[in-house]
Each structure stands twice: as C-alpha cells, then as structure tokens.
Design a protein around this ligand. Structure first.
Ligand code: NAD
Length: 297
C-alpha cells in the first residue's frame, strides 16, 4: 500500500501544510489532516463546497483527496487539560476528541497506523510584540502551541508510526518519518518575529535533534525540520511583516525569486521518502539560500 500521512495544521489552501499535503498526495500518500478546532467548520465547508478545488489539482490532473479531517487543538494533550471555558465554548463544544492523545487514538482506531507525521502549526498570541515587551503568559503560550505541540504529537503518534523497513540499495532503511516547519528567526535576529516565537523555533530545532535520537532508537523513525523562507500564509499575514520579508528575500537571497509553497512541499516529500533514508535530526533550509548570506547586497 501507499504511505499514510497525518498533517497537523491545515485550515486553508495558502499555507505550508496544504502544499506538503499536495506533494505527499502526488507521491501516492493517503492524506489525513488535523485542523485547529476554531477553524474546522470553515475549512470543511470550503472543502465541501469546492472552494479549494483549483488548488487541489495534482501534477497528473487528478484532485488531491483528503481521506479524513480530524479536529485538533495541539495545546491540549488530553481532556483533563482542557479548562471549562474552552470545553463549553461554542466552537469547541460542537466537536469532540480533539486533544492530541484523543486524535492519535482516533487515527489508530480508523487506520491502525501512519508512516508520515507532519507538524505545520504555530501560534504566538503576542507575536507582534518585541521580546522585551512579551508577557510570561504570551511567551509560554507560544512555546506551548509552537514547540511542545510537536513533542506531544510525536509522543502520541510514535506508537502507531510504521516501523516498517525499505530496501535502499541493498541496505535496510526505516520508513517512518516526521517533519516540522521552522524559521531562521531561531538563530538570527529577525526584528518583528516576537512574542517568544523566535524562542519557540529555537526550541523546536533543538527538540528535532533530541527527538531524532529518541524516536530513532525507539522506533526507527526519522525526525527533521524544514527551515522555510517567507510565504504569505494566513499565519504569516497575522505577524504583519510578511510582504517586507518576501521583498527582502527576493532582493538579498542568492536566488532572487519568490519562494513557492510547493518547493517546501516537495522537500517534505523527499524527506519522507526512502531517498532521505539516512537524514535525521536535520534542519533543512528551503529559502532560496537566504540563510547563507552574511549581509544583504
Ligand atoms: P498557516 O496559517 O497555513 O498554518 C498554521 C496553522 O496552525 C493554521 O492552520 C492554524 O489553524 C494552526 N494552529 C494554530 N494553533 C493551533 C493549535 N493550537 N492546534 C492546532 N492547530 C493550530 O501558516 P504557515 O505559515 O503555513 O505555518 C505553518 C508552519 O510553517 C508554522 O510552523 C510556521 O511557523 C512555519 N513557517 C512559516 C513561514 C512563513 O513565512 N509562512 C516561514 C517559516 C516557517
């Protein structure tokens, strides 16, 4: 059978999650999606009404199929963690089983196992504030939604991640693979990427190494993160400086062109494939080379 992927963090057709889903689907994978609970209704309605049909077209002309959409809120691990005001919130009360452990259980019940886990989500309520003006609450919220959410997802999905093996030029290689999305602000100063989001990405990258070790030894699963260049996604527009970052990249990167989400999607498909069988614990830059520049020229 083809591989099965669970992609957390798709709520429209503009972000990296959608592009990754398309590249994986084009490579023959079955697609399961985890969508943030407050965005679930509009995403499912738009999907059903054909609003995304144009962007569902795959290179062979067929339309990407999403086998199932699961409601997900990755800041909660189990029902006991959910505060009363969220439990009774109208948008949340309409769905059930959306904490990380419950979603993993549901996927196990529905499909038994997955091969590929993608984390394409981030949230920092104070992202527009400089770090010096960020509250403890805002900082911890950014880390919870953008970094620990990945630890939790991998922890709960790892037991159902396929430990199966591929034969790669006479060597046996593991086939389970996990990917997240990070940003250069973790290691270089990007003014405007505030609220502890730069800290959250630094944690995510460090965790990628530690999780690669632990998941590799435990389950032969590979763990990598893609450091992506700027994309005009919904989340990026909320930060407020995305057009400037895109212009800056076009002006200063070795490759003076706008980055396409598909290029990040294709890298994810490569990382999830046996072609990348020895790559784990890595930060892979997909940014037209901007990370390699010392000064803008
Ligand atoms: P996006 O808006 O398409 O994706 C972010 C998703 O996170 C949304 O679907 C949102 O609903 C979801 N989300 C937020 N909080 C959640 C929660 N608690 N539980 C579950 N889902 C939640 O935007 P994107 O820019 O494609 O972001 C995807 C990833 O790419 C993020 O990790 C982001 O930091 C990273 N990234 C983006 C850029 C960029 O320029 N857009 C650059 C580098 C890295």
């Amino acid at each position: 059978r083809g591989k099965r992927a669970f992609i957390a963090g798709i709520a429209d057709d503009n972000g990296y999650g959608w592009a990754i889903a398309k590249s994986l689907a084009a490579a023959g994978a079955e697609i399961l999606v985890g969508t943030w609970v407050p965005a679930l209704n509009i995403f499912e309605t738009s999907l059903r009404r054909g609003k995304f049909d144009e962007s569902r077209v795959l290179p062979d002309g067929s339309l990407m199929e999403i086998t199932k959409v699961y409601p997900l809120d990755a800041v909660f691990d189990s029902l006991e963690d959910v505060p009363e005001d969220i439990k009774t919130n109208k948008r949340y009360a309409g769905s059930s089983k959306w904490t990380v452990s419950e979603v993993a259980e549901s996927v196990k019940e529905d499909f038994g196992s997955i091969d590929i886990l993608v984390h394409s989500l981030a949230n920092g309520p104070e992202v527009t504030k400089p770090l010096l003006e960020t509250s403890r609450r805002g900082y911890l919220a950014a880390i919870s939604a953008s970094s620990y959410s990945y630890v939790s997802l991998l922890k709960h999905f790892l037991p159902i991640m396929n430990p199966g093996m591929y034969l790669v030029s006479h060597l046996i290689a593991p086939c389970g693979s996990s990917i997240s999305l990070t940003y250069i602000a973790s290691e270089r100063i990007i003014p405007g990427y505030g609220g502890g989001m730069s800290s959250a990405k630094a944690a995510l990258e460090s965790d990628t190494r530690v999780l690669a070790f632990e998941a590799g030894r435990k389950q032969k699963v590979r763990v990598n993160t893609i450091s992506a260049g700027p994309l005009r996604s919904r989340a990026a527009k909320a930060i407020g400086f995305i057009d400037m970052m895109i212009d800056y990249s076009i002006a200063n990167a070795p490759l003076q062109r706008e980055l396409s989400a598909d290029e990040v999607g294709n890298t994810a498909a490569f990382l999830a494939s046996p072609l990348a069988s020895a790559i784990t614990g890595a930060v892979i830059y997909v940014d037209n080379g901007l990370n390699a520049m010392g000064v803008g020229v």
